[in-house]
Design a protein. Structure first.
Length: 242
Protein backbone atom coordinates (compact mmCIF):
# COMPACT_ATOMS: atom_id res chain seq x y z
CA UNK A 1 0.00 0.00 0.00
CA UNK A 2 1.47 3.41 -0.94
CA UNK A 3 2.40 5.86 1.80
CA UNK A 4 -0.19 8.54 2.58
CA UNK A 5 0.24 12.12 1.42
CA UNK A 6 2.50 14.31 3.53
CA UNK A 7 0.37 16.05 6.13
CA UNK A 8 0.65 19.79 6.88
CA UNK A 9 0.33 20.89 10.50
CA UNK A 10 -2.89 22.73 9.70
CA UNK A 11 -5.13 24.03 6.94
CA UNK A 12 -7.36 27.08 6.73
CA UNK A 13 -11.07 26.50 6.16
CA UNK A 14 -13.55 29.25 5.30
CA UNK A 15 -16.66 29.11 7.49
CA UNK A 16 -19.28 31.84 7.30
CA UNK A 17 -16.96 34.14 5.40
CA UNK A 18 -14.06 33.82 7.88
CA UNK A 19 -11.09 31.47 7.67
CA UNK A 20 -10.32 29.27 10.68
CA UNK A 21 -7.29 27.04 11.25
CA UNK A 22 -7.86 23.29 11.49
CA UNK A 23 -5.00 21.32 13.05
CA UNK A 24 -4.24 18.03 11.30
CA UNK A 25 -2.73 14.94 12.80
CA UNK A 26 -2.58 11.23 12.14
CA UNK A 27 -3.36 8.68 14.82
CA UNK A 28 -2.11 5.13 14.38
CA UNK A 29 -5.14 3.81 16.30
CA UNK A 30 -7.77 5.87 14.48
CA UNK A 31 -10.12 3.94 12.20
CA UNK A 32 -12.07 6.91 10.90
CA UNK A 33 -11.77 10.66 10.50
CA UNK A 34 -12.86 12.71 13.53
CA UNK A 35 -13.33 16.48 13.77
CA UNK A 36 -13.33 18.19 17.17
CA UNK A 37 -13.83 21.76 18.32
CA UNK A 38 -12.09 23.52 21.22
CA UNK A 39 -14.58 26.23 22.19
CA UNK A 40 -12.18 28.02 24.54
CA UNK A 41 -9.47 28.41 21.90
CA UNK A 42 -11.95 28.63 18.99
CA UNK A 43 -9.93 25.96 17.23
CA UNK A 44 -10.72 22.84 15.24
CA UNK A 45 -8.68 19.64 15.07
CA UNK A 46 -8.98 16.86 12.51
CA UNK A 47 -7.64 13.39 13.29
CA UNK A 48 -6.89 11.05 10.39
CA UNK A 49 -6.29 7.30 10.22
CA UNK A 50 -2.72 6.36 9.18
CA UNK A 51 -3.46 5.72 5.49
CA UNK A 52 -6.18 8.21 4.70
CA UNK A 53 -5.08 10.50 1.81
CA UNK A 54 -5.10 14.23 2.45
CA UNK A 55 -7.65 15.00 -0.31
CA UNK A 56 -10.21 12.76 1.40
CA UNK A 57 -9.59 14.57 4.70
CA UNK A 58 -10.14 17.92 3.01
CA UNK A 59 -13.34 16.62 1.43
CA UNK A 60 -14.49 15.56 4.92
CA UNK A 61 -13.86 19.09 6.19
CA UNK A 62 -15.76 20.60 3.28
CA UNK A 63 -18.76 18.36 4.02
CA UNK A 64 -18.79 19.46 7.66
CA UNK A 65 -18.77 23.24 7.24
CA UNK A 66 -22.32 23.39 8.55
CA UNK A 67 -21.32 21.61 11.76
CA UNK A 68 -18.32 23.92 12.13
CA UNK A 69 -20.56 26.96 11.75
CA UNK A 70 -22.92 25.61 14.42
CA UNK A 71 -19.98 25.17 16.82
CA UNK A 72 -18.78 28.72 16.22
CA UNK A 73 -22.27 30.16 16.69
CA UNK A 74 -22.74 28.29 19.95
CA UNK A 75 -19.33 29.42 21.24
CA UNK A 76 -20.13 33.06 20.43
CA UNK A 77 -23.50 32.83 22.18
CA UNK A 78 -21.87 31.27 25.24
CA UNK A 79 -19.33 34.07 25.44
CA UNK A 80 -21.98 36.78 25.17
CA UNK A 81 -24.23 35.19 27.80
CA UNK A 82 -21.50 34.82 30.40
CA UNK A 83 -21.44 31.01 30.28
CA UNK A 84 -18.20 29.34 31.34
CA UNK A 85 -16.80 26.53 29.20
CA UNK A 86 -15.05 23.83 31.22
CA UNK A 87 -11.81 24.43 29.35
CA UNK A 88 -8.18 25.11 30.38
CA UNK A 89 -7.96 28.25 32.50
CA UNK A 90 -11.63 28.23 33.49
CA UNK A 91 -12.55 28.68 37.15
CA UNK A 92 -15.50 26.74 38.53
CA UNK A 93 -16.78 25.56 41.92
CA UNK A 94 -16.21 21.91 42.84
CA UNK A 95 -18.37 20.97 45.84
CA UNK A 96 -18.60 24.69 46.50
CA UNK A 97 -14.84 25.31 46.48
CA UNK A 98 -13.25 27.35 43.63
CA UNK A 99 -11.03 25.30 41.31
CA UNK A 100 -9.14 26.08 38.10
CA UNK A 101 -8.78 23.73 35.12
CA UNK A 102 -5.20 23.18 33.96
CA UNK A 103 -4.11 21.18 30.93
CA UNK A 104 -1.02 18.96 31.05
CA UNK A 105 -0.53 17.38 27.60
CA UNK A 106 1.81 14.74 29.02
CA UNK A 107 -0.26 14.05 32.14
CA UNK A 108 -2.86 11.42 32.82
CA UNK A 109 -5.99 11.82 30.75
CA UNK A 110 -8.18 11.08 33.77
CA UNK A 111 -8.82 14.39 35.61
CA UNK A 112 -7.31 14.69 39.07
CA UNK A 113 -7.61 17.32 41.80
CA UNK A 114 -4.69 18.84 43.69
CA UNK A 115 -4.59 22.08 45.69
CA UNK A 116 -7.53 23.76 44.00
CA UNK A 117 -6.49 22.69 40.49
CA UNK A 118 -8.20 20.15 38.27
CA UNK A 119 -5.46 18.67 36.08
CA UNK A 120 -6.41 17.07 32.77
CA UNK A 121 -4.09 15.38 30.26
CA UNK A 122 -4.39 14.26 26.66
CA UNK A 123 -5.28 16.38 23.62
CA UNK A 124 -6.43 19.90 24.51
CA UNK A 125 -9.52 19.67 22.32
CA UNK A 126 -10.77 16.81 24.52
CA UNK A 127 -10.38 18.63 27.85
CA UNK A 128 -13.92 20.01 28.05
CA UNK A 129 -15.47 16.63 27.27
CA UNK A 130 -13.25 14.83 29.81
CA UNK A 131 -13.97 17.37 32.54
CA UNK A 132 -17.71 17.16 31.90
CA UNK A 133 -17.72 13.36 32.01
CA UNK A 134 -15.61 13.36 35.18
CA UNK A 135 -17.91 15.86 36.93
CA UNK A 136 -20.98 13.79 36.05
CA UNK A 137 -19.31 10.69 37.44
CA UNK A 138 -18.36 12.53 40.65
CA UNK A 139 -21.93 13.81 41.01
CA UNK A 140 -23.33 10.32 40.51
CA UNK A 141 -20.97 8.90 43.13
CA UNK A 142 -21.69 11.59 45.75
CA UNK A 143 -25.44 11.50 45.21
CA UNK A 144 -25.62 7.70 45.20
CA UNK A 145 -23.70 7.48 48.47
CA UNK A 146 -25.79 10.18 50.15
CA UNK A 147 -29.18 9.00 48.91
CA UNK A 148 -28.46 5.35 49.72
CA UNK A 149 -27.39 6.24 53.26
CA UNK A 150 -30.46 8.41 53.85
CA UNK A 151 -32.78 5.75 52.47
CA UNK A 152 -31.21 3.19 54.81
CA UNK A 153 -31.91 5.48 57.78
CA UNK A 154 -35.57 5.49 56.75
CA UNK A 155 -35.72 1.74 56.27
CA UNK A 156 -36.05 2.10 52.50
CA UNK A 157 -33.97 1.15 49.49
CA UNK A 158 -33.15 3.02 46.30
CA UNK A 159 -33.73 1.11 43.09
CA UNK A 160 -31.61 3.44 40.94
CA UNK A 161 -29.83 6.78 40.92
CA UNK A 162 -29.60 8.77 37.68
CA UNK A 163 -27.90 12.10 37.03
CA UNK A 164 -29.16 14.34 34.23
CA UNK A 165 -28.89 17.93 33.07
CA UNK A 166 -32.28 19.09 34.33
CA UNK A 167 -33.31 22.74 34.69
CA UNK A 168 -36.78 22.58 36.19
CA UNK A 169 -35.82 20.66 39.34
CA UNK A 170 -32.77 19.51 41.26
CA UNK A 171 -34.11 16.05 41.98
CA UNK A 172 -37.11 13.77 41.67
CA UNK A 173 -38.32 10.42 42.97
CA UNK A 174 -40.31 7.82 41.04
CA UNK A 175 -43.01 5.58 42.47
CA UNK A 176 -40.66 2.63 42.00
CA UNK A 177 -37.92 4.11 44.16
CA UNK A 178 -35.72 5.55 41.44
CA UNK A 179 -34.04 8.87 42.24
CA UNK A 180 -33.05 11.41 39.59
CA UNK A 181 -30.73 14.36 40.20
CA UNK A 182 -29.11 17.23 38.35
CA UNK A 183 -25.41 16.54 37.89
CA UNK A 184 -24.78 20.26 38.45
CA UNK A 185 -25.19 19.72 42.17
CA UNK A 186 -21.49 18.79 42.12
CA UNK A 187 -20.83 22.55 41.85
CA UNK A 188 -22.78 23.30 45.03
CA UNK A 189 -21.47 23.03 48.62
CA UNK A 190 -21.62 19.48 49.98
CA UNK A 191 -24.37 20.38 52.46
CA UNK A 192 -26.59 21.51 49.57
CA UNK A 193 -26.02 18.30 47.58
CA UNK A 194 -26.70 16.37 50.78
CA UNK A 195 -29.96 18.26 51.31
CA UNK A 196 -31.26 17.43 47.83
CA UNK A 197 -30.36 13.77 48.39
CA UNK A 198 -32.19 13.82 51.73
CA UNK A 199 -35.19 15.53 50.15
CA UNK A 200 -35.58 12.85 47.49
CA UNK A 201 -34.89 10.01 49.93
CA UNK A 202 -37.71 11.32 52.14
CA UNK A 203 -40.03 10.97 49.14
CA UNK A 204 -39.46 7.22 49.35
CA UNK A 205 -41.68 7.41 52.45
CA UNK A 206 -43.86 10.44 51.74
CA UNK A 207 -44.62 11.21 48.08
CA UNK A 208 -45.80 14.70 48.98
CA UNK A 209 -44.66 17.84 50.79
CA UNK A 210 -46.74 17.39 53.90
CA UNK A 211 -45.56 18.25 57.45
CA UNK A 212 -44.64 14.56 57.83
CA UNK A 213 -42.40 14.83 54.77
CA UNK A 214 -40.57 17.91 56.05
CA UNK A 215 -40.13 16.26 59.43
CA UNK A 216 -38.34 13.38 57.68
CA UNK A 217 -36.08 15.79 55.80
CA UNK A 218 -35.19 17.53 59.07
CA UNK A 219 -34.45 14.13 60.56
CA UNK A 220 -31.93 13.44 57.80
CA UNK A 221 -30.34 16.87 57.26
CA UNK A 222 -29.10 19.28 59.96
CA UNK A 223 -30.21 22.52 58.25
CA UNK A 224 -32.58 22.03 55.30
CA UNK A 225 -33.85 25.63 55.43
CA UNK A 226 -30.38 27.07 54.78
CA UNK A 227 -29.74 24.61 51.97
CA UNK A 228 -33.06 25.48 50.32
CA UNK A 229 -32.27 29.18 50.59
CA UNK A 230 -28.83 28.62 49.03
CA UNK A 231 -30.45 26.95 46.02
CA UNK A 232 -32.97 29.77 45.66
CA UNK A 233 -30.19 32.37 45.79
CA UNK A 234 -27.37 30.69 43.87
CA UNK A 235 -28.89 27.68 42.12
CA UNK A 236 -29.38 29.40 38.77
CA UNK A 237 -25.66 30.15 38.63
CA UNK A 238 -24.84 26.45 38.58
CA UNK A 239 -26.11 26.34 34.99
CA UNK A 240 -23.35 28.70 33.84
CA UNK A 241 -20.80 25.90 33.62
CA UNK A 242 -20.50 23.24 30.97
Amino acid sequence: MPAPDSLPASVMVAVGGTEYPVALRRNARARRVSLRFDAAAVRFALTLPPRLPLPRALAFLDAHRGWMQACLTKAAARQQSGLVALAPGAEFPLRGVPHVIRHDPKGLRQPRVADGILWVGGPQERVTARVGAWLRAEAARDLTQAATAFAFQLGKSVTSVTVRDTRSRWGSCTARGGLNFSWRLIFAPETVLSYVAAHEAAHLVEMNHSPRFWALVAQLHPDPASARQWLKTYGTGLHRYG
